[in-house]
Structures are given as C-alpha cells and as structure tokens.
Design a protein around this ligand. Structure first.
Ligand code: PLP
Length: 431
C-alpha cells in the first residue's frame, strides 16, 4: 500500500507503489539488472508499445528499480510522475528540449550552475534553441523576455555561488498568466523546498548530489507536477498538442489522458529518452534509493552544521564576507524564509580578505574537507572557484556570477560540526 503520509521522512522510505518485490517479497528494492522484459503475448507487446497499457519494454526507456526511485522522488516533490536519467545535465536538457525545438526560446535565470549555463548557452544554441538569460532578482525580467516562441522559464532554487533563493512563486505566477511553465532545478534543496507547491510545473534534480548523498553515482531526475494545462496553451506547445511523427502521430495531451496528467513526462520518456538514450543504470537507481531513504535526516544535519560554520566564519578576522541565506537581508532573506523550511541548506560561501592567494592557501591546508568539484556529499567539501570551476571566465565574468578572487565555496557535510570548524580554523590560520 502506498503511504498516505505527507511527511517527507515517511515518503522518502515508503513513497510510491513499492511495498515488497512482487517476485520474491524482498523488502529492499532489488537491482533489476536486465536490458529487456519477456512479453506475455503479441497482444501484450502491442499494447505496451501503443501505450494502451504501461509496462516494461526495454531498460533504455524504463526499469523496475528506476521506477521505485521515480515514484518516491515524485511523491517527495508533490508531483504526479518522474523520469530518471543518466545525469543532472541530461535532466536539465530533457526538461527543456521536451517542449522546445529549433526556433523556440526559453528564459533562464542568470544564477544557475555553470554546467547548465554552458549547456543552455552553447550546446542548445547549436540546436537552434535560444536561451535568454535574465537577472532573477527582479521577477518581471522573465515577463519582459517572453514572446510567442517562449516555451518555458528555468531557475535554480538555491544557486551557488550567490546562494540567493529564486523567486519561485513570483516567476511561476507570471508564467501562468502568459502560459509559460516554470522548470526548477531543486538539486540543492530536496526536502527543504517543494517548488511545485509554489507554482512551478516541473522540477529537476541532479541526484548525484543530496539525493544520492554519498558521492558515488551520477544521475538525474525530472518530476512532472501534473499541474500545467498544456491543452489550454495549445499554440505554445505544439509538441504536446499536435501529432508526433516520431510516435505514429500520437497527440501527447490526448494519448495518455486516461492515465492522468502525465503527457509531459510520458513524452520525455518515450521519445527523448528512447532516442537519445541517456538512461540511468539500474545500479545507480538502487544507490539513489539508498540515499533517498535518509535524505531528510541528512538535510537537517547539513543545514545545522552549515549555520554553525556560517556563524563561525562571520566572526573570523580573515573573512571579509559570509554568503549564506541566514545572514542575508532584505528581499533575499525574505525569499529564503519563504521558500526554504527547516534550514538554509548545506552550501556556504565566504570571501577571504587576502584574495586569490589566500583562497588557494586555505584549500591547500585543509585536512578533513575534500577539495572536489562536487556538492551534496555526506562529507564536507571545499573549492576555490576563481582557480577551478570559474577559471575559464574573465575576471569581470567571474564577478558577475558572484565569484570574487577570494571566494571559497563549502558544501558542508554531516560530520560533527566541531570537527568541520576545527579543520576550517586550522586552514584559515595559514591563509
Ligand atoms: N544542477 C546543479 C544545481 C548542479 O550543481 C549540477 C552539478 O553540479 C547539475 C545540475 C548537473 O548534475 P550532474 O553533474 O549530475 O550532471
């Protein structure tokens, strides 16, 4: 029996339809390491391909281990269905590409992960899809950039390095007036924020980060909120409302109507994932299920440790500025308090007064914190963006993205806070 609980702690363990393995009664979700599935009859096979019945066909398109993860993450986000894919990057690409093709555009926050920026700005422009970047501090910028060819808005709940929470409801509201769905990358905030509840239509995660939580697997997921009326805006979404030649003329908003408001996510699965093949491996799906079971607890610890670190850094004489939602003021703080619950996340930024050299020295002196280009691991991590992740940008571009020469990004883990602070303290002594 699927749980009726609305509590994230319970959903993370019991969300979705899985109770025990139907074949063996195993409680832990088995790893269905198979490529394909035996059809009962030619009629059964025909029904599956025609989407008259939903069921397993081939692991590039679906897999029972992955299905458990998809149902649970969909439940955690308050959505109707989800699609697991090979990486967070694949999730971002598919989320947009599912409704946008050559000649179309979408409007995106400037405050997003650098990899998403590259994908949207460079790779997607080679596909003829234009990304219009706007400053999210004024939500009206999204309206100003919208025209008849705008297919979606895109933002990140808690983008680093600025860590200024995105105005989800404000932008979603503009989008709903104009018939434009909001896609939110909620990677940094599982269980802390449910963007769908604030009006977003689609949520994506890099499951590589907090959902996996242990730094061992790359994956991504797209959640369909089932709350956007694609038919009402048929002119804006021909890909969902006109016959799809890649699937014997299916009109997605009609074809899967009896199965619920899942036109968007079904289309992504049976066309994009089918064709591009960026599938999540069953083993990785299993790893993400293990991570998901404790994500709510871990997020709590990430948040309480991060606030302790932010408070410590704020008093340190070598630190010029701490970037963390709890220490922000004005509109930025109001947004953080509106959209994040039970904490302000595990990412902390700070600027060293000694600039670039101090940043490098600090990183080199760390003993427990890992120096890696990742976030959301149970272990604490650190990086100096000016000399690594943002080193390809000019000094001016770095400043625009919020990276000053002495900026250090921490992804605070779940170790004892005293040990995290002790390591930072001894590294700061050398910086
Ligand atoms: N979104 C955010 C916010 C990220 O931080 C990342 C990776 O760092 C991604 C998406 C891309 O995820 P992946 O590395 O799983 O492709």
């Amino acid at each position: 029996m699927p749980t009726k609980s609305q509590n994230p702690e319970t959903i993370a363990l019991h969300g979705g339809n899985y109770r025990a393995d139907p074949a063996t009664t195993a409680v832990a979700v088995p790893i269905y390491q198979t490529t394909s599935y035996q059809f009962n009859s030619t009629e059964h096979a025909g029904n599956l391909f025609a989407l008259k019945e939903l069921g397993n066909i081939y692991t590039r398109i679906m897999n029972p281990t992955q299905a458990v993860l998809e149902e649970r993450v969909a439940a955690l986000e308050g959505g109707v269905a989800a699609l697991g894919v090979a990486s967070g990057q694949a999730a971002s690409l598919f989320a947009v590409q599912n409704i946008c093709h050559a000649g179309d555009n979408f409007v995106c926050s400037t405050d997003i992960y650098g990899g998403s920026w590259n994908l949207f700005q460079n790779t997607m422009s080679t596909m003829g899809i234009e990304c219009r970047f706007v400053d999210p501090s004024d939500p009206e910028n999204f309206r100003r950039a919208t025209d008849a060819k705008t297919r979606c808005y895109y933002g990140e709940t808690l983008p680093n390095p600025k860590l200024a929470v995105f105005p989800i409801a404000e932008v979603a509201k503009i989008g709903r007036e104009l018939g434009v769905p909001l896609i939110m990358d909620n990677t940094a905030c599982p269980a802390l924020c449910q963007p769908l509840k604030h009006g977003a239509a689609i949520v994506i995660h890099s499951t590589t980060k907090y959902i996996g939580g242990h730094g061992n697997s790359i994956g991504g997921i797209i959640v369909d909120g089932g709350n956007f009326d694609w038919e009402k805006h048929a002119d804006r979404f021909p890909m969902l409302n006109q016959p799809d030649p890649s699937y014997h003329g299916a009109v997605w908003t009609q074809a899967v109507k009896p199965l619920g408001p899942i036109a968007y996510i079904i289309k992504a699965r049976v066309t994009l994932l089918r064709d591009v093949g960026a599938a999540m491996s069953p083993f990785n799906a299993f790893m993400f299920i293990q991570g998901l079971e404790t994500v709510v607890l871990r997020m709590r610890q990430h948040c309480s440790n991060a606030i302790a670190v932010a408070n410590y850094l704020a008093k340190h004489p070598k630190v010029g500025k701490v970037i963390y939602p709890s220490v922000m003021t004005g509109e930025a703080k109001r947004r953080a308090d509106t959209y994040l619950k039970d904490g302000y996340g595990g990412l902390v930024g700070f600027e060293l007064k000694g600039g670039r050299d101090a940043g490098r020295k600090f990183i080199d002196k760390l003993q427990m914190l890992y120096h890696v280009a990742n976030i959301g691991d149970a272990r604490s991590l650190a990086i100096h963006p000016a000399t690594t992740t943002h080193s390809q940008l000019s000094a001016e571009e770095q400043l625009k993205t919020g990276v000053t020469p002495g900026y250090v990004r921490l992804s605070i883990g779940i170790e004892h806070p005293d040990d995290i602070i002790a390591d930072i303290d001894q590294a700061l002594a050398a910086a």
